[in-house]
Design a protein around this ligand. Structure first.
Ligand SMILES: Nc1ncnc2c1ncn2[C@@H]1O[C@H](COP(=O)(O)OP(=O)(O)O[C@H]2O[C@H](CO)[C@@H](O)[C@H](O)[C@H]2O)[C@@H](O)[C@H]1O
Length: 614
């Protein structure tokens, strides 16, 4: 491993994968090569060596004979051969007729994975059924992309309410005396599994209500983890039946972080899941699942595992009520400590969490696991977030019609929000959780200056009371120029993204960020703080070379935001052709999930090649 200095002067370590894994990988899986190590970041770059299959596809494309690959059929064929789920059913799967696999029904050529795996995603939210932010979006689309590449994929999540599509599977699992019903919905090639228990449905939100976070969240997500670990063993799904023991578990954020822990403490020592591996996916290190040490016995772990769960924050990061003499049980810390591999949602964030800049006090521990940590930039769901097919838009558009399309969307939004209808007024937007991370307070500080520039400013968000009141102040103070929509409204978020000329993302930290990806896909130009995934995905406009997809700023405060927004406005007004070029490059950016899915496959292969970590 080579130490080096990044642009910020932070010491970081260049690494892609354990050296042994890399050389092994080349010999065992020759189709992939580790191609480049870019900058100081642990960027995982996988290039696919041209296969006969892809060469054939290219030829067909060249000759205008695009073939529609039906991945589900290929998937079934491959799995019939390679499935090792132990039920002995090596026969071709018939696809559920209700499962109108998107990938099968659209004219897309989707490369197939070299090695097909059984993948089990564990998550507290999944769109469209449950979503409070980007986690739901990612878990609603990455599994579909992996299934389309041939994997057998299950997503396990709580049944927070009586969702229309999933039905009772007929399997109820007893977990420490708790009966959990398993609901199932086969859709787009993925087995969506909903864990049913009285602790999940609540009148308030998923995690909290107006009184704060639910007092039994530790129990609720412990139950989810245990149910998810039993599902491959006890829940027969489709014609293939059980997933079986040869799985890769992908535990997402703290809610699922007990999966690697239970795998190591409760299954492997008893000869179960010995070939399974766990990948801890960190979408946001800020939320760690911190509980008092006295809750440890309720986790059902052997006493010796207390040290894996315990964490002592440095004094400036103490969590207060959840600690006893500075100690706490920290769920995410335990997952990070014992998972076979770690992945986070951008190379930039993978670098930051190893430093005091983004480690929330755990940087030393995470740095120690650097050799198994990678960053993969999220993709976006190209059916849900695609202006050409977006059901929320009054007028749909693509790159060939975006100027007229965006103008129509802007007009419709101005009318809907009661703003002056004028195509020439730049429309600036902010969408996001109203909390410390997203920097809505910075937008509010810069708002008077923006108003002086004659723009319209539309903010959509929900979160802390002071910031929600800030949005209300904004609208009250600038009735003719600003709107502050307090609430969670998916349709409105699409309409704003389509109507906006500029989207602000002054996030103090941002593991990946999806809104800037949506913005670029919709021809809205992002102005973003150069942090984490924002720095990785928003390329600064360079008027000399006419490159770049937006503007970033490094001083995360009102002056930084105003400076970058000023550049964007000046370009929009004085150099409209340049601005249009930025919009076009953003719209042409490949934000599809396929590339990310391929990189995830690489992580799975490394996880399987190495011995279990704990
Ligand atoms: N009021 C509102 N109404 C409607 N929609 C709203 C909304 N507020 C937010 N949203 C939507 O919620 C999503 C937010 O996604 P982000 O990735 O920006 O942030 P989040 O911090 O939740 O996710 C975390 O996980 C994701 C996924 O890995 C990372 O990209 C991110 O950096 C990390 O912080 C977007 O789809 C956005 O449109």
């Amino acid at each position: 491993m080579q130490g080096l200095k990044s642009a910020q002067g932070v010491r970081c370590t260049r690494h892609v994968a354990p050296i042994a894994s890399r050389s092994l990988l080349r010999s065992v899986v020759p189709r992939f090569v580790v191609a480049r190590e870019q900058s100081s970041v642990q960027q995982l770059v996988v290039e696919e060596v041209e296969s006969v299959e892809s060469a054939a596809v290219e030829q067909q494309q060249e000759h205008g004979q695009m073939q529609v690959v039906k991945p589900v059929e290929k998937q079934a064929e491959k799995q019939a051969v390679s499935s090792s789920n132990g039920n002995g059913k090596a026969k071709k799967e018939k696809e559920d007729s209700s499962d109108t696999t998107a990938q099968g029904s659209l004219a897309k050529v989707i490369p197939q994975a070299k090695t097909v795996r059984n993948l089990v995603f564990v998550t507290s939210e999944v769109a469209p059924w449950s979503k409070t932010g980007g986690l739901g979006d990612v878990l609603g689309s990455l599994p579909i992309a992996l299934a389309a590449r041939g994997h057998r994929v299950m997503v396990v999540t709580p049944r927070y309410s009586d969702y229309a599509e999933p039905t009772y599977s007929g399997t109820t699992i007893n977990i420490n005396g708790n009966e959990v019903g398993m609901y199932h919905y086969a859709h787009k090639g993925v087995d969506w599994v909903f864990v049913d228990h009285p602790c999940y449905p609540r009148p308030g939100g998923i995690y909290a209500d107006e009184h704060g976070v639910y007092g039994d969240n530790q129990f609720r997500y412990q139950l989810l983890c245990l149910a998810a670990m039993e599902a491959p063993l006890q829940l027969p799904l489709g014609e293939k039946g059980l997933y079986g023991q040869d799985c890769v578990f992908i535990a997402n954020d703290w809610h699922a972080a007990l999966v690697p822990v239970y795998l190591a403490a409760k299954y492997r020592p008893y000869g179960v899941y010995t070939n399974a591996r766990s990948v801890m996916a960190i979408h946001n290190l800020r939320h760690q699942g911190v509980f008092p040490p006295g809750t440890f016995p309720s986790l059902g772990l052997p006493d010796g595992w207390y040290q894996a769960m315990e964490y002592q924050y440095p004094p400036h990061l103490r969590q207060g009520a959840y600690e006893e003499e500075g100690r706490s049980v920290n769920t995410l810390k335990a997952g990070i400590t014992v998972a076979d591999r770690l992945v986070t949602v951008s190379p930039g964030y993978a670098e930051e969490i190893r430093t005091w800049l983004g480690g929330w006090g755990m940087e030393g521990m995470i740095d120690a696991r650097g050799p198994v940590l990678n960053g993969i930039v999220n993709g976006i769901d190209d059916e849900d977030w695609n202006p050409a097919v977006d059901k929320h838009l009054p007028v749909k558009y693509d790159i060939s019609s975006f100027k007229a399309g965006k103008a129509a969307c802007k007009k419709a939004l101005q009318e809907e929000l009661g703003l002056p209808v004028n195509a020439d007024i730049p429309l600036i937007a902010f969408i996001g959780r109203l909390d410390y991370q997203k920097g809505a307070d910075i937008v509010l500080q810069a708002a008077p200056w923006m108003m002086s520039q004659g723009v319209q400013l539309v903010c959509l968000g929900t979160g802390t009371t002071d910031l929600e009141n800030g949005l209300r102040w904004l609208e009250a103070a600038y009735r003719d120029q600003a709107r502050g929509w307090v609430g969670f409204n998916v349709a409105m978020s699409h309409k704003i993204t389509a109507a906006a000329d500029i989207l602000l993302m002054p996030s103090r930290f941002e593991p990946c960020g999806l809104n800037q990806l949506y913005a670029m896909a919709y021809g809205a130009v992002p102005v973003a703080h150069a942090t984490g995934g924002l720095r990785d995905t928003v390329l600064d406009f360079n008027p000399e070379s006419q490159t770049g997809t937006g503007w970033t700023f490094s001083s995360c405060d009102a002056s930084g935001l105003m400076h970058a927004t000023g550049l964007a406005l000046a370009t929009l007004r004085d150099y409209p052709n340049d601005f249009e070029g930025i919009q076009r490059r953003g719209m042409q950016r490949d934000s599809s999930w396929n590339g990310a899915a391929e990189q995830y496959e690489q992580i799975f292969e490394w996880a399987i090649m190495d011995q279990p970590y704990a």
